[in-house]
Design a binder for this molecule. Structure first.
Ligand code: UDP
Length: 238
């Protein structure tokens, strides 16, 4: 049996990753594909944690722009991530993969509270741990939560899912001359304001030496390949 390259990884999925062809909510086919892929990584013996966003349901900044109090709006955004996390847990467990949702906001009739040592124990037991409710604080994003949790649980790689296969010099959707970066430093990302993750997330990864790989989440097989050590996107490291 091949030995997996990584022992423990954290996958950041935006809420958009669950949209499929829809504009809102969760596409069952897309959810199934993602769960299949995470299940395969789990079968390889790689410990998998997931941070899931909520942008397919609510984003705090969008609600605030429409007149809502920003903190209330961010609470709604964080609750949206809990819904996505529950959907993913359900999809994983239908495949026979044990998983736990751990929320940064106490909502413990629905899921567990986030407790670092407990999260690590679940991972050691081969359960997929889905971190919900971001950091638990308004004005942050689930990208920041992903970098924070990745560092806290001692992940060796933060896999940041997007709709393209890495980081480009400009938006490849609008600019055919856009070039993809193979590798970047954290400071390249910050100084060139490259759209990888928000600056708070990048700074934490930089300060703690957390390797990031930005990859195309819409393409099946990428997470499995990355978990086995392949480069499936742009790597950001020291
Ligand atoms: N959010 C928050 N604090 C956090 C993480 C998320 O307040 O630590 C709220 C915020 O309103 C955000 C929403 O939850 O817009 C959904 O998260 P995010 O926008 O990061 O989701 P994604 O873009 O990854 O789908």
């Amino acid at each position: 049996m091949t030995v997996p390259h990584y022992r423990r990884i954290l996958v950041k999925l935006s809420g958009e990753a669950l949209l499929g062809e829809s504009d809102y909510g969760i596409c069952p086919t897309t959810l199934t594909r993602i769960a299949d892929e995470l299940a395969e990584v789990n079968t390889l013996g790689v410990e998998v944690a997931v941070v899931i966003g909520g942008g397919n349901i609510f984003r705090g900044a969008g609600l605030a722009a429409a007149g809502m109090d920003r903190i209330t709006a961010d609470h709604m955004g964080m609750l949206a991530t809990v819904m996505n996390a529950l959907a993913l847990q359900d999809a994983l467990e239908r495949r026979g993969v044990f998983s736990r949702v751990m929320s940064a906001i106490k909502i413990n009739q629905v899921c567990e509270d986030y407790i670092r040592r407990r999260a690590v124990r679940h991972l050691e037991k081969g359960r997929v741990v889905i971190f919900a409710a971001g950091t638990g604080n308004p004005f942050f994003t689930t990208d920041s939560a992903a970098s924070l949790r990745a560092v806290e649980i001692g992940a060796e790689l933060l896999l940041k899912g997007t709709k393209v296969d890495g980081v480009y010099t400009s938006d490849p959707v609008n600019d055919p001359s856009a070039r993809r970066y193979e590798r970047l430093t954290y400071d390249d990302v910050l100084s060139q304001k490259l759209e990888v993750m928000d600056a708070t997330a990048i700074v934490l990864c930089r300060d703690q030496g957390m390797r990031i790989m930005v990859f195309d989440m819409t393409r099946a097989g990428n997470v499995v390949q990355a978990a086995q050590g392949a480069s499936v996107g742009t790597v950001v490291d020291p």
